[in-house]
Design a protein around this ligand. Structure first.
Ligand SMILES: [Fe+2]
Length: 355
């Protein structure tokens, strides 16, 4: 499976991962041949590219921490909250509670699912899907760090609303494909404060949740914003959301940047561990991510290569690989699966680069 920008799509290519509409419905399913009229539709939606099959190899369905129905409902909930706040109305907490409950229940039901590759999203779809993903990942980190149910709920509500303040940022700044200048950066950074102002006044929302919006860009080294808080001055919920937010942004393809692979994003967060990200929570977070997600083509140290077909939450670096090619890159007559958790001396040497 490889990511291909839309201008480079050929009509012989086959979609390896579903493409969703902005409101979370499946637009094109995996296995579909990418005809020119489909590509035009994807371009009109503002998608940067799609994942296609590599060498005609079918990709298994990717395990997700929450169901497609829960994701779609949560995206719709967030979209309407943004809309109501934009219109100056008070939003109802009921749909948020419902979505958050479904996310909490589903993550708790299978705590062993790891986070893999992100969906490809259009600009408009990005903001809402980003809120939902940040919430799911925050809940996974919170759960693995031993948080109690009530605290998890406050965390989840704060995380799903963490970027609500972006409604106060002018669209040309949000969509700017290049680096922001100083004045634009100030306007962008204002979203933390604005989100806090809206959420703290909501009669049914806890301050523990509102503070997530306020503090999710604070960093342990004191170089975050808006207040330059340090270390434990930043609430636990916001430190968790800060990691989830950064990871989701890094692994998302945008019109102006390619998505980082989960392993690269994890390495970047590790690099900033203790500086921009809480050291303990970074370790917990690393146990939530599949460095070699399902669908990814890897080469083993002994030279063969194949596709990851299952991840291992206890040993994320040791997935199950379906071996497809021999040491000199020829297709194997009889592909077979190897569980690297049980294969002594055998490990992933590298991710086979897209070419
Ligand atoms: Fe933010």
């Amino acid at each position: 499976m490889k990511f291909v920008p839309l201008p480079n799509i050929a009509d012989t290519m086959i979609l390896a991962r579903p493409v969703y509409t902005d409101d979370g419905r499946v637009l094109l399913n995996r296995g579909v041949k990418l005809k020119a009229n489909y590509v035009r539709r994807l371009e009109a939606m503002g998608l940067p590219g799609v994942y296609v099959q590599r060498d005609g190899i079918d990709v298994p369905e990717l395990p997700e921490p929450i169901s497609a129905a829960t994701r779609q409902a949560a995206i719709e909930t967030i979209r309407s909250v943004f809309q109501e706040v934009r219109l100056g109305q008070t939003f109802s907490m009921e749909p948020i509670h419902k979505s958050v409950k479904a996310i909490l229940d589903e993550v708790a039901a299978d705590p062993n699912v790891l986070v893999g590759l992100n969906d490809v999203r259009s600009y408009d779809g990005y903001t809402f899907a980003h809120c939902v993903n940040t919430c799911v990942l925050s809940v996974m980190i919170g759960t693995k760090s031993g948080m109690h149910e009530l605290d998890l709920r406050h965390l989840a509500i704060g995380a799903i609303l963490h970027d609500l303040g972006k409604i106060a940022v002018p669209e040309h700044i949000l969509k700017k494909p290049s680096r922001l200048d100083e004045a634009e950066m100030i306007e962008m950074q204002n979203h933390s404060n604005y989100g806090w102002q809206v959420l703290r006044q909501h009669p049914e929302l806890s301050l523990a949740s509102a503070h997530v919006a306020y503090q999710h860009h604070e960093r342990p080294n004191g170089k975050g914003y808006p207040r330059g808080l340090k270390q434990d001055e930043i609430m636990l919920n916001a430190r968790i959301c800060g990691i989830a937010d950064a990871y989701d942004a890094m692994t998302s393809a945008r019109p102006y940047k390619a998505a980082l692979h989960p392993k690269q994003a994890l390495a970047e967060i590790r690099r900033l561990q203790g500086v921009q990200f809480d050291p303990f929570l970074t370790d917990v977070f690393a146990r939530c991510v599949a460095p070699f997600p399902v669908g990814c083509i890897v080469q083993l140290n002994q030279g063969e290569s194949g596709m990851v077909v299952a991840t291992n939450h206890q040993f994320p670096e040791r997935p199950v690989v379906r071996l497809l090619f021999n040491k000199i890159g020829e297709p194997l007559k009889n592909p077979y699966e190897m569980d690297l958790a049980e294969a002594n001396g055998c490990f992933v040497e590298r991710i086979v680069e897209d070419s």
